[in-house]
Design a protein around this ligand. Structure first.
Ligand code: NAP
Length: 261
């Protein structure tokens, strides 16, 4: 694989599992050193060992991104390790699905604290360094930003706010020479989606495989997404070839979104 990102330093939040893990793998394979961020040290250590097989330098930061202190700790870890940044991928997110009347204020707040506020704070802290490096920010948002669903209201609202922030940030990026783009994954098979399918399948009285098949048929797609589908696009958007792509939002959903992107 071409080393399009040789010499770059990337911070990937949520880089221990799922989509973030695949993104870190792809960026490292293309030559970037990575700092991966998540809460669970054991998962970070496992991911870092695997990523190190690329030959790149991999560092970890075990923090909870739902607080300003957590985001500041990432900045501190970056200062102590690489001392610079070229690429920030905001991927950590975990919003709860469920019926509107069952979702408390705390659950709504929690969804915003991580995926929206975590990304806003970390981007604000790292923006001057990203500007110095003529860097790149990629925000991993999600198709519910544009296609709301009654049983995924928190995710939809968080994603819509995040997508709006991302577009505005791209305007600032024109001034400060930072590329900013948004990627909207469709339903993508990760631990998180497996858990959601297990719960929903149990509620429907069918197996998780049967539930997955129903989703595929309902969406009319050939298959569900894989984390590598998203990672490939992110790596391209971080490459020098993509420098003229600014402020856009691209779906990786197999065609599941029926409206205009
Ligand atoms: N999978 C999909 O179908 C899909 C579709 C559209 C959009 N997305 C978005 O893509 C992103 C990744 O999703 P995924 O399915 O890959 O999720 P995942 O497999 O559950 O991975 C989530 C990652 O975020 C980390 N994380 C969770 N809470 C955190 C916290 N408070 N502080 C720091 N790190 C935290 C997790 O590690 P720890 O738990 O150890 O902290 C893990 O590394 C999310 O923003 C999600 O909304 C996913």
């Amino acid at each position: 694989m071409a080393e399009n990102l040789a010499g770059k330093v990337a911070v990937v939040t949520g880089g221990s599992r799922g989509i973030g893990r695949a993104i870190a793998q792809r960026l490292a394979t293309e030559g970037a050193d990575c700092l991966i961020v998540a809460r669970t040290p054991e998962n970070l250590a496992t991911a870092a060992d695997e990523l190190a097989a690329t030959g790149r330098r991999i560092e970890t930061c075990a923090v909870d991104l739902r607080s300003l202190e957590g985001c500041e700790a990432v900045q501190g870890r970056l200062d102590d390790t690489f001392g610079r940044i070229d690429i920030l991928v905001n991927c950590a997110g975990a919003t709860q699905a469920g019926p509107f009347l069952d979702l408390s204020d705390d659950v709504w707040q929690d969804g915003f604290d991580l995926k929206f506020w975590g990304a806003v704070r970390l981007t604000r802290l790292l923006w001057p360094s990203l500007g110095e490096a003529k860097g790149t920010v990629i925000n991993i948002v999600g198709g519910f930003a544009r296609t709301p669903a009654a049983d995924f209201m928190i995710g939809g609202a968080v994603n819509a706010a995040f997508a709006n922030f991302s577009k505005a940030l791209a305007g600032l990026g024109l001034r400060d020479d930072v590329n900013v783009n948004t990627v909207h994954p469709g339903q993508t098979v990760t631990d998180r989606l497996d858990q959601v399918f297990e719960t929903r399948a149990a509620q429907a009285g069918i197996t998780p495989d049967e539930f997955q098949q129903k989703i595929i048929e309902r969406q009319g797609v050939r298959r569900l997404g894989k984390p590598d589908d998203v990672a490939a696009l992110v790596a391209f958007l971080c490459s020098p070839e993509a420098r003229h792509i600014q402020g856009t939002a691209i779906g990786v959903d197999g065609g599941a979104t029926s409206g205009l992107f």
